[in-house]
Each structure stands twice: as C-alpha cells, then as structure tokens.
Design a protein around this ligand. Structure first.
Ligand SMILES: NC(=O)c1ccc[n+]([C@@H]2O[C@H](COP(=O)([O-])OP(=O)(O)OC[C@H]3O[C@@H](n4cnc5c(N)ncnc54)[C@H](O)[C@@H]3O)[C@@H](O)[C@H]2O)c1
Ligand SMILES: [Zn+2]
Ligand SMILES: [Zn+2]
Length: 437
C-alpha cells in the first residue's frame, strides 16, 4: 500500500509545478520505512554534494516515520522545495535572501512538516529586526542565499506534526526568535538560546524564517506561545525578540534593583525595550545615551528621565546623580567597541555592565582600571525563558509596547518596509510591522 508520502510523489504534475516555479535542479527523495531513512539521507547528502539544490518532501498530513521525512539533525538546505499543506499548487510568497545586498519578495513552495515536532503557521503579523539588516549586509555568513528571512511573528497554526501536543490547528501563537528542543543539557536549564539539538536561533538563520505567508516552526511545543485574547498581534510580536532580549540580557543579567541608577547606551528598539522593562523594577534614574537626537526623544517618551549624547560628557551627568560613584547598571545596546568601552567607564565600583549588543569587532577590556572595582560584566544571546512572564505582564497592562511600532504595511509590501526600517534617521522608524490583510 503506498504511504501518503509516496502518494505525493505520484503526482508528477505537482512535482513539475514546483520544479518550474523554483527554477532549480531538484533532488527527489522518496522513502517510507524508518530503516530506509539512512540510505535516503546518504543519497540526499551525495546529491547535495553533486550540486542538487533542493529536496521534495511528502505531503503534509503524512506524519511520523511512515512518511519517510525523519531528517533529524540534518539541515534542510536553503532553496529547498517542498509540497506544502495546501496541496499540489502550494506556492507562497516569502522574503528570500539572495546573498549580500540582495533580497526579493518572491514565490517559493509552501513549508511542510519535516519532523513530527514541527508546526506550520499562516503568518498574520511579522516584523523586521536589525539582525536581518546585518544578514543583508553579509555580516552573518551562516545564512545562505535562498534562505527565507525573519524570526519574529504571530501566526495561526494550520498544521502540526504527530509529536506536537501543546498547540493545535487554529491556535493563534507567537513564534519566538528562539527554538528549543527541550531535552538537551542547555534546554533543561532554560538556556534555550544555546540549544545543542537543532534549536537556538535557527529561524531565518539556519532554517527558513517567518517573513513569509507560511512558516515551519521547529519544536513547536517549546518554541511557540498561545496568545490570550486580550493581547493583540502587534503587541505580541514585540515579544518575539526585542522584549525578552532586553529584559533577560539587559535588565536581569544586569541585576537591576529598586532605586538603582540605570544607564542604557544606544536607544534603538532594543535600548528602548530595556528602558521599558527596567522600569518594572522602579529605578531612581534611567539615563539614555545615543548619538541620534530622535532616538533620545523616543527614550524620554519610553521613560528615561535624562537623555545625553555620548560626546556631551555623560559621566558628569551620572556623577551628579550618584554622588560621584557611577551607575549601578549600564547596558550596552549598540554593538560597537566605542559603546562597550564607554559603558565600562560609567559603572560604579561593584556595579554591572550588561552587554546586549552584537559585536563584529573586538573591544578593549580595560582590566587595568576594572580589576580593582569589583565590576561584573555579562554577555548573552537571548534565551526567551522570560516570554511567558512577559506575556502575562503585557496582558495585565504592566507595560505598553504600542509606541514601539512606527510604521505599518501589508505582507506584500515587504520591500518598502525594509527600505523604511533601514533608514531610521530619515524615517524615524523604530519597529515596522507587516500584517496579512
Ligand atoms: N544579545 C541578543 O540576543 C540580541 C538580540 C537582538 C539584537 N541584539 C543587538 O542589540 C543591538 C541593538 O539593536 P537595535 O535593533 O536597537 O539597533 P539599532 O541600530 O536600531 O540601535 C542602535 C542605537 O545605537 C546608537 N549608537 C550608535 N553608536 C553609538 C554610541 N557610540 N554611543 C551611543 N549610541 C550609539 C544609534 O544611534 C542607534 O540609535 C544590536 O547590536 C543588535 O544586533 C542583540
Ligand atoms: Zn531579532
Ligand atoms: Zn535543546
């Protein structure tokens, strides 16, 4: 009896449609029995080495070992073509990375379940991250041409694998920037960002992401959050990355306490979210430091009581507020040597420097000044362990992320949205949001 997987391949017409639309040489992989998987994978590996650029998987709905799509830790290469849950005509639009400086909103095959722990969502609301701009600048070489970008979205579940028990079809979920296998040693302690079994930051990085009409979410049970009715899509999507990042890597790593003097160096979306979440701890003062006047104005709106440019002697301002000691907590939300080195000069003895910024170049660590001052310096990739808590606080009105969103677009307007987001000095953009109409 043919498996559902074989049935998908029996439609030559469907395969031809995918081949035509993808305009790529495709490797067809069929299989069924679990015992056959290794041979199938070997065939896949050899074909990839020989230059094949895609795989065709079985239909969605073909679940478990019988469908022959147990790829486990093997990465599905960029440019992978598949038959999706909407049947043989299944093609969607997605924002596809084409190599440094290149991107397009173009037609690609629907994502499909390739592991029983996957879910497929229809993307309802999605945003762009500064990290996507880094990818487009060629700063993240692990991202291959052909990759669908994006790691921050809210969507509706349209399909789940047989190993998913926490979400089901029709659920409105937050797709977190971090995926988690839940069983490796890091996941067992909530360090999901460091997952060693195919999780961590993979969406829009190592696997296709969410800037698309549909997206596959690996390890759906631990990587998605069902949304309460009183939390809007737009508010929730701010919790996919920027809020947990600023809260965990800035506020919690920096150990902000009531009464503290908190400094945030760099007040883009991440720095502003750091201000928002630092306020949950009632600091005495929040000092925002940024080169851009528009960003300093935004920081005051979000709750900074002092705003100063890095060249206007921020230490003088901080000294006046702290009896000459320096700040209790200084957060770096830029990602440059100059910003990091500034942070270490503003912290008081015994204080914390919490680095959030992504650095591409080495920064100087002035141990000759720091060693005697008991300063704690932390770094980190977001884990998103705080997301359930942040969702609860958002639902209870403890903070408002509405002002974070400065521009709104339809899904089809991705190219325009990127243009606006990439020029914040001209456009005043903080976060841009795209929604399905
Ligand atoms: N650790 C993580 O898990 C994680 C997650 C997401 C983003 N990030 C990183 O956080 C950083 C901030 O992200 P964003 O989206 O807010 O970026 P952004 O580029 O929008 O904001 C950076 C701000 O820093 C300001 N700035 C530049 N040089 C400065 C200086 N010397 N002193 C003071 N301000 C300066 C800019 O004017 C800008 O307003 C980035 O490096 C990003 O990659 C880290
Ligand atoms: Zn991001
Ligand atoms: Zn893990």
């Amino acid at each position: 009896m043919p498996t559902p997987y074989d049935a998908a391949f029996s439609s030559q017409e469907a395969i031809n449609a995918v081949v035509r639309s993808a305009n790529r040489s495709l490797l067809l992989v069929s299989g069924g029995e679990k015992a056959g998987d290794e041979a199938m994978l070997e065939k896949a590996r050899q074909s990839m080495e020989a230059g094949a650029t895609g795989l065709i998987f079985g239909r969605n709905g073909a679940e478990g070992p019988a469908c022959g799509v147990r790829f486990g830790p093997v990465q599905v290469p960029a440019g992978c073509a598949s038959l999706g849950s909407r049947g043989k005509e299944a093609l969607m639009k997605a924002l596809v990375y084409g190599g440094p400086g290149e991107k397009s909103w173009t037609q690609v095959p629907d994502p499909t379940i390739i592991d029983p722990r996957d879910a497929i969502i229809q993307v309802d609301t999605v945003t762009i991250c500064g990290t996507d701009l880094h990818i487009l600048a060629g700063d993240v070489p692990a991202v291959q041409a052909g990759r669908v970008l994006g790691h921050e979205a809210v969507g509706t579940v349209v399909d789940v694998g047989s190993g998913v028990s926490g979400v089901s079809r029709g659920d409105r979920v937050l797709a977190s920037c971090i995926s988690a296998c839940g069983v490796c040693r890091y996941c067992r302690t909530g360090s999901y960002g460091q997952c060693r079994s195919g999780g961590g930051w993979v969406l829009g990085h190592l696997v296709d992401g969410v800037q698309a009409q549909y997206a596959r979410l690996p390890f759906a049970d631990l990587s998605t959050y069902r949304l309460p009715a009183n939390v809007t899509d737009e508010a929730a999507v701010m919790l996919a990355d920027i809020l947990p990042t600023s809260y965990e890597v800035g506020v919690l790593n920096g150990q902000v306490r009531p009464g503290d003097t908190v400094v945030v160096v760099g007040v883009g979306p991440i720095g502003l979210a750091a201000i928002l979440t630092a306020r949950l701890y009632s600091p005495s003062h929040i000092i925002a430091i940024d080169k851009a006047e528009s960003r300093l104005q935004a920081a005051k709106h979000f709750g900074a009581d002092v705003a100063v440019k890095p060249d206007d002697d921020p230490m003088e301002v901080i000294s006046a507020l702290t009896d000459g000691l320096g700040a209790d907590v200084v957060m770096e939300a830029v990602g440059t040597p100059a910003a990091f080195e500034l942070c270490t000069t503003l912290v008081r003895p015994g204080g914390h420097v919490a680095n959030i910024g992504v650095h591409g170049k080495p920064a100087t660590l002035h141990l000759e000044d720091l060693w005697i001052r008991n300063v704690t310096i932390t770094t980190g990739l977001v884990d998103t362990y705080s997301t359930p808590n942040l969702l609860k606080m958002l639902g209870a009105g403890q903070f408002d992320v509405g002002h974070m969103i400065t521009h709104r677009f339809g899904l089809d307007e991705f190219m325009a949205a990127y243009d606006v987001f990439a020029k914040p000095a001209e456009t005043g953009a903080l976060k841009v949001v795209l929604s399905r109409q």
